[in-house]
Design a protein around this ligand. Structure first.
Ligand code: SF4
Length: 180
């Protein structure tokens, strides 16, 4: 019996509030239809630690706020045919990029969070990923194939985009990096 190969789908959570993933889940019973066509190979919704090779579609929530996320995004782009920016933080920077208006953005944010507002033991932690000076949307780092705006994007819109993507061939893997 001939079996249809499932689309390998990943979802990634960078600097966002998880509201976009909640909206993804709000597709409700349409997720059952989706599950018939895709294999979820990486996601905060499942316990997989390493981003896999050869992913067909990756949906990313959140802006790029630290070096760990920057490296993950580059790895995701190398291993993904179609990259989708999900929500305004991924598309424009949105809430995550509000700190960019501060002078010394990374230093100011850390001091505000861990020193100025601390009731006791104020200290900037050293065992956390290094903040980028400016939080930025995905397309400033890598090539983005599709954008789903909204804060969060409506579940209907997410479902529409996914349905369209699943019904067509994926684009070429060339030219995926915008910057080194
Ligand atoms: Fe949260 Fe809105 Fe950003 Fe999505 S776009 S991560 S809902 S703040």
């Amino acid at each position: 019996m001939e079996t249809t190969k499932k689309i390998r789908l990943a979802t990634v959570w960078l600097s966002g509030c998880s509201g976009c993933h909640m909206s993804f889940l709000d597709q409700d019973e349409r997720l059952i239809e989706l599950a018939k066509k895709v294999q979820l190979v990486y996601s905060p919704l499942v316990d997989i630690k390493t981003f896999p090779e050869d992913v067909d579609i990756t949906i990313i929530e959140g802006a790029v706020g630290n070096e760990e996320q920057l490296n993950l995004l580059k790895q995701v782009r190398m291993r993904t045919k179609v990259l989708v920016a999900l929500g305004d933080c991924a598309v424009t920077g949105n809430v995550t990029a509000l700190r960019n208006a501060l002078n010394n953005s990374a230093k100011s944010v850390l001091e505000r969070a861990y020193v100025e507002t601390a009731d006791m033991n104020s200290q900037i932690p050293i065992d956390v990923p290094k903040l980028l000076e400016q939080a930025c949307p995905l397309h400033e780092i890598v090539k983005v194939d599709y954008y789903i705006p909204g804060c969060p994007p409506p579940a209907d819109l997410i479902n529409y985009v996914l349905t369209e993507l699943l019904s067509r061939k994926t684009p070429s893997m060339e030219g995926r990096f915008k910057y080194g």
